[in-house]
Design a protein around this ligand. Structure first.
Ligand code: FVH
Length: 293
């Protein structure tokens, strides 16, 4: 079945993200049914034209496309296990954050109950939904992705990553790993300059343009990783990258070294293994080896 402008959609979970997804679908004139464990969160959606289901079973049976946006993997099973029979023959799009293995487990559970499964990783915050810059990664059923593009595209740029239901979650968490560590690095720097009376806001004014200018260099690292060649002249050597001064300055300032110390440990492991003249990108080898080298 292909989604049309009038295809009904059910959204389970009206937290900040579920509410935003439901509001966008309602606003795009798809007949929308919503359900939330705790009543009282559907008011604005009902005012906008959505229907609040009295229970999960009523919500699931109201639409061929059921979207789950709940807290975690356990809550998805808690909500869906009792209504698996009602889900049969429908499409479940699960945009709840899960691990790749949890996504694969849910895909197998869905297949066992005759449910078409598409997993989603939302790369946006609730206010970004439906706005430029919002994107959602999907993997699992290609048929479901194609059939329901009209709904999926309402939330942001939709990208299909293949039939392994775990890949969208893998990509989602990998991208967040980059984001969180960059943010943690910013927080470390803010703590350092705070010891000289510089506010975090003032630091951000300098950090944002600097980090924006530098971030493109991950492509050079990516090329080195893919080639397995860390010796190119365009690469900054591990010995040059040694963070000893940064760690010492942090200690002198009374700032915790957890963030920069972790990077320094990766650098040191590769230098100690005799790769000091190779490029910084070589720390990838320590990460990839799970800490064994
Ligand atoms: N908010 C964000 O910025 C991120 C962006 C990227 C994707 N995440 C993921 O989206 C899932 C939902 O996130 P959320 O922001 O809507 O989260 P909350 O506002 O905390 O709402 C949680 C909803 O889950 C319901 N819920 C929790 N446990 C259960 C349960 N055992 N049974 C049924 N429902 C449950 C909760 O219901 P209630 O507490 O109101 O009764 C909310 O509807 C999440 O995976 C993010 O990682 C969002």
């Amino acid at each position: 079945m292909t989604t049309t402008a009038r295809t009904p959609v059910t959204v389970l979970g009206l937290g900040a993200m579920g509410h935003a997804l439901a509001a966008a679908v309602t606003g795009a004139a798809h007949p929308t049914t919503v359900w939330n464990r705790t009543p009282g969160r559907a008011g604005a959606l009902v005012d906008a034209g959505a229907t609040e289901a009295r229970d999960v079973r009523a919500a699931v049976t109201a639409a061929p496309l059921v979207v789950a946006c709940l807290l975690d993997h356990a809550s998805v099973h808690e909500v869906l296990d009792p209504v698996a029979d009602a889900l049969a023959g429908r499409t479940l799009v699960n945009v709840t954050t899960t691990t790749p293995e949890q996504s694969r487990e849910l895909a197998a559970w869905a297949a066992g109950h005759g449910v078409t499964y598409l997993d989603g990783g939302i790369m946006a915050t609730p206010p970004m939904i439906g706005q430029p810059g919002s994107s959602v990664l999907y993997s699992g059923s290609a048929e479901a992705f194609e059939a329901h593009r009209a709904v999926l595209d309402i939330w942001g740029e939709s990208t299909y990553l293949g039939d392994d239901a775990g890949v969208a979650a893998l990509y989602d968490l990998a991208l967040l790993a980059g984001m969180y560590t960059v943010f943690a690095g910013f927080h470390h720097g803010a703590a350092m300059v705070a010891t000289a009376g510089i506010s975090a806001t003032e630091f951000a004014d300098r950090a944002v343009p600097f980090l924006s200018a530098m971030i493109g260099h991950v492509r050079t690292d990516a090329a080195a990783i893919d080639a397995g060649d860390y010796g190119g002249p365009e690469q900054q050597s591990l010995e040059f990258s040694d963070l000893g001064d940064m760690v010492q300055a942090s200690v002198d300032a009374g700032v915790a070294t957890d963030v920069v110390g972790a990077v320094q440990a990766l650098i040191r492991r590769q230098i100690d293994a005799g790769h000091g003249t190779d490029g910084f990108a070589r720390i990838y080898e320590s990460v990839r080896a799970g800490g064994t080298r």
